[in-house]
Design a protein around this ligand. Structure first.
Ligand SMILES: C[S@@+](CC[C@H](N)C(=O)[O-])C[C@H]1O[C@@H](n2cnc3c(N)ncnc32)[C@H](O)[C@@H]1O
Length: 361
């Protein structure tokens, strides 16, 4: 299984406010299980304690293949009274000795904890909340959503997107878990969100006034006119669509993107398979390893919400296989494994010139 997930990894599982401190908890799988290879840095002015490694019996079950997973929990305790840090968020960076320090690796391992917690904790109740993101606490949803929004802006910017003016679509936006933070992270152009979950769309329309939300169809086309978006991102949307459905949506995303526009899409590949391996049988894993795809399974999260009960699925494909499908419509500019939780990110560019139609006979 280590052959599938080789990179060390960290994940946040919760945060809480406790007696003048903010406490972040989660797990870090250290390289080869060596806790000394891990360090955590914070922006100047943040007074914090880092406790690691702590016991983590649950992780030992899930990450059975990772050395010392039973001692992989961490706790970061930020003292509010002693912190002089100014700015909207506490920023931490987990790094691993001997691993690259490039901008992408930094983004992958950066945690941003927004300080304006009161303003950021408006969400629909469960199960609408849970359909979007499995969570332990609302704090977890906030922390992940804010950090994911930061990653989207930074990565898109790195590929030439101008946050000051660019028009953005969050495809499969849910209740705006990520989109809601884009403005405060410098995205000042028009922001749109679309989803097939009409309950969450309706909630988002009522609560997130500076974003335009719309109900979307299960299958294209959308109502958006051609060539209007500079950036479309879809976090954990393709991961729920059968490959043939992915194909039709890739064509639609290309249609509504400007020529040369950017699509950032996540897929569930090796890290996600490694993470869920204890639920997968040998035949499933063999097929995944041989073909780069595992058999899909139905996902009932949207039952009663969408008309076709077979539409929403759990789909796993390696980044290489996902890239092959995407190349039918886009050029693939980058693949970032394990960038959003356990999901891989593909950075796609729509053709700069419209495709020529084949001459009719
Ligand atoms: C796992 S949730 C992720 C939501 C959101 N992207 C986030 O990261 O918080 C997947 C979302 O994709 C939506 N979805 C699935 N297929 C879709 C489609 N064809 N068009 C728009 N939304 C879709 C689902 O309704 C759900 O809200």
């Amino acid at each position: 299984m280590c052959a599938l997930q080789q990179a060390p990894l960290f994940a946040i599982s919760g945060f809480a406010v406790d007696q003048g401190a903010v406490v972040l908890t989660g797990l870090i799988l250290a390289p080869e299980g060596d806790a000394d290879a891990v360090r955590v840095d914070a922006a100047p002015g943040i007074a914090f304690e880092f406790d690691y490694p702590l016991p983590n019996p649950h992780a030992a079950e899930v990450y059975w293949y990772w050395p010392n997973a039973a001692a992989s929990a961490f706790r970061i305790r930020i003292s509010l009274a002693d912190s002089t840090h100014v700015g909207p968020a506490f920023r931490f960076r987990v790094s691993f000795r001997g691993r690259g320090d490039d901008a992408v690796e930094c983004l992958r391992t950066t945690i941003l904890l927004p300080k304006d917690l009161g303003a950021m904790q408006t969400f629909p109740g469960s199960p609408a909340l849970r359909r979007v993101h499995t969570y332990n606490t609302i704090g977890n949803v906030v922390c992940h959503g804010y950090s994911d929004a930061h990653r989207i802006v930074e990565i898109a910017h790195g590929h030439g997107f101008d946050p000051a003016t660019g028009k953005v679509l969050d495809w499969g936006c849910g209740h705006g878990r990520v989109t809601r933070y884009l403005r405060m992270l410098g995205a000042n152009g028009p922001l749109h969100g679309i989803d097939i979950d009409h309950q969450n769309v309706e909630w988002a329309q009522r609560h997130l006034a500076d974003i335009t939300f719309a109900d979307g169809p299960l299958m294209p086309p959308t109502r958006y006119r051609a060539g209007q978006f500079d950036l479309i991102f879809g976090i954990s949307v393709m991961t729920h669509l059968a490959v043939e459905v992915q194909r039709t949506w890739l064509e639609e995303l290309r249609r509504i993107l400007k020529p040369g526009g950017l699509a950032l899409l996540t897929f569930t590949g090796d890290s996600a398979v490694a993470f869920s391996s204890r639920f997968l049988d040998r035949a499933w894993l063999d097929e995944y390893k041989t073909t780069g795809r595992g058999p899909d399974s139905p996902n009932s999260d949207l039952s009663g919400i969408v008309s076709d009960p077979a539409y929403y699925r759990n789909v796993k494909q390696t980044a290489a296989v996902a890239a092959e499908v995407c190349r039918e419509q886009f050029s693939v500019e980058a693949i970032h494994p394990c960038m959003f939780g356990y999901q891989d990110l593909l950075v796609l560019r729509s053709p700069r010139r419209p495709r020529r139609r084949a001459p009719s006979a």
